[in-house]
Design a protein around this ligand. Sequence first.
Ligand code: PRP
Ligand code: URA
Length: 210
Amino acid sequence: MDGKIIVMDHPLIQHKLSLLRDEATNVKNFRELVSEIAMLMVYDATRDLPLSDKKVKTPCGIADCKQLAGRKLAFVPILRAGLGMVDGALSLVPAARIGHIGLYRDETTLTPVEYYCKLPKDIEERDVFILDPMLATGGSAVDAVTQIKLRNPRSITFLCIIAAPEGIEALHNSHPDVDIFCAGKDKCLNENGYIVPGLGDAGDRIFGTK
Ligand code: PRP
Ligand code: URA
């Protein structure tokens, strides 16, 4: 099965992405924008969740309605920057469970170093959405998916705000069954492995650490 790359072209997402990229956007606004974009992305990325029929008694009669057909979700942010997407995602799916994967890129080799992994106990019953604002070389994403697959979730989807072609290719090559949703697909990486034009260091801009 070939993974898909879906660029979310909703006007609200695209407008907020422009604000997010702007180097003049301050930490508070950056954090809020990441959360809002994550919420809009989850809204769209969950459009294929199965529904079942339900009858609802209204004050005026019986309505033929739909309800989510019992699929359980888990959001798994990649630490640190993925944490910025959790509140937005949870605002739409408050019952979802949250796992955490701690990875950072070694600044010289650009390879991911794993330092933490805690996933929901019943992950085998859950559709997992990995959250990370940036898909650059793809090393972190490939590693995160590999770790999560060891626990046999029902499915894995990768949600990022900006994706580079290199990262998309790496993730699709290693995990062709994982669909990627992004708000923007950028040109390339620079010599330091940063996405160009990108938005800079997502973790530092969310947490104000630089
Ligand atoms: C960033 C980002 C991704 C990773 C992407 O995290 O949030 O996890 O880089 O790069 P890759 O596709 O080349 O692996 P970083 O390693 O800077 O850690 P942080 O979130 O703790 O700042
Ligand atoms: N991580 C980031 O935060 N930004 C990039 O451009 C690449 C990796």
